[in-house]
Design a protein around this ligand. Structure first.
Ligand SMILES: C[S@@+](CC[C@H](N)C(=O)[O-])C[C@H]1O[C@@H](n2cnc3c(N)ncnc32)[C@H](O)[C@@H]1O
Length: 154
């Protein structure tokens, strides 16, 4: 099994393209939960993803409900990265079957998605800082999860 990164209704094509490139380079699938705030094949997405998009394993789900149907059939845990998380990401025990879900740039995820996740993890920030860029949050959490699960040994 390998970890999966998932994006909840991403708003910004360049962030999604950056994460698609990261996933391609790390050998991880990227799942995109629609609707996204940009069209498939957006120029910003392609510019950020560069030629790495050719080898990226990207799967799109028409809705969160469709994504959840698929996830349950796979028996994978949903680990939400959220600024409202109580558990620091370095203290969470990742499994290589986990799906790490990132929220939208504008609004994170709805309450029902927040509550439905098996775990809610946070990257602790200094007082007064609200959040970091979604692609950077993904990179930090993937780094830690790969370190824990041995997926960093490519
Ligand atoms: C720009 S943030 C969203 C900001 C939104 N106003 C909120 O508070 O959820 C986009 C996504 O990046 C991730 N993220 C950003 N900073 C984070 C942090 N400190 N801890 C965990 N996830 C973070 C989360 O998945 C978040 O939904």
């Amino acid at each position: 099994m390998s970890l999966i990164l998932a994006l909840y209704e991403p708003d910004i094509a360049q962030n999604a393209g950056t994460l698609a490139r990261l996933c391609a380079c790390l050998g991880l699938p990227l799942h995109i939960i629609e609707p996204a705030g940009f069209p498939v094949g957006d120029a910003g997405f392609r510019r950020a993803g560069m030629d790495y998009l050719d080898r990226a394993a990207i799967r799109r789900h028409a809705s969160f409900a469709a994504f959840e149907d698929w996830r349950r059939s796979e028996g994978r845990r949903l680990v939400l990265a959220t600024t409202r998380g109580a558990l620091p990401y370095t203290g969470f025990a990742f499994a290589d079957s986990d799906i790490i879900l990132l929220g939208r740039e504008s609004a994170g995820v709805p309450e029902a998605v927040h509550e439905g996740a098996e775990a809610r993890i946070v990257i602790p920030l200094v007082a007064g800082a609200r959040s970091i860029n979604v692609a950077l949050a993904g990179a930090m959490i993937l780094g830690e999860s790969l370190r824990q699960t041995g997926g960093d040994k490519l």
